[in-house]
Design a protein around this ligand. Structure first.
Ligand SMILES: [Zn+2]
Length: 46
């Protein structure tokens, strides 16, 4: 599966994933090229 090029597939929430390369968020890490689990500190302060 290719990268989503920065387009969020799902809202970025704790326990979901964000692509380290393009910044897209998804709940399915298989949809991202460089998935990184979103932690609480990643969504706080937005
Ligand atoms: Zn990506």
């Amino acid at each position: 599966m290719g990268c989503r090029k920065g387009k969020d597939e799902n809202k970025p929430k704790v326990g979901r994933f964000r692509c380290k390369k393009c910044g897209a968020a998804s709940k399915n890490k298989g949809h991202l090229c460089k998935p990184k689990k979103i932690k609480k500190e990643d969504v706080d302060g937005e």
